[in-house]
Design a protein around this ligand. Structure first.
Ligand code: FES
Length: 163
């Protein structure tokens, strides 16, 4: 098993911050039409030292184990960051201890980044939150992480907001 696979397995054994944040200030949902995976992220802000910072972040993922592992890392990394600081984080930075994603899994990190950006766009207190319930059925996971890592997306992967 590659070291990346081992790290993903470890993250999946104890994923952090999974599930809806009931009193969230913002929610972002994105999907990848090509691989069919979807990810939703919730953000809750608080005031700290006169700054509005992320108090908690949580996620729900449908489909891909790598996206779950990245989202687990990312939601831990986001705590204490301002919206501006969070906006600067790249998909690569959001993977945290997982390190660089294999080429066919890069878009899994981008799915997490996309959900974060979508939530941040919706976190402006003046803007109307665009939370819409997920109505699509969850996409079944690949049976094993190895199978998941080999699951090839068809063509170029796009990450699109789901209103
Ligand atoms: Fe598409 Fe991971 S998000 S395979």
């Amino acid at each position: 098993m590659s070291s990346f696979e081992t790290k993903v397995q470890q993250a999946l054994a104890n994923p952090q911050n999974q599930g809806e944040l009931k009193d969230a200030d913002a929610v972002g949902t994105v999907g990848s039409p090509e691989c069919g995976d979807m990810l939703r992220m919730w953000l809750k802000f608080t005031e700290k030292d006169g700054k509005r910072v992320i108090d908690r972040a949580s996620f729900q993922a449908f489909g891909c184990q790598t996206a779950i592992a990245v989202a687990s890392m990312a939601t831990e990394l986001l705590r204490g960051k301002t919206a501006e600081e969070a906006k600067q984080l790249t998909a690569h930075e959001l993977t945290g201890d997982l390190g660089a994603l294999p080429p066919m899994k890069i878009h899994c990190g981008q799915l997490v980044e996309g959900a974060l950006r979508n939530a941040l766009e919706n976190s402006d207190p003046a803007a109307t939150p665009a939370a819409t319930p997920v109505t699509n059925p969850p996409i079944p996971m690949a049976p094993t992480l190895s199978a998941d890592l080999q699951r090839k997306p068809a063509g170029t992967i796009r990450i699109v907001p789901i209103a």
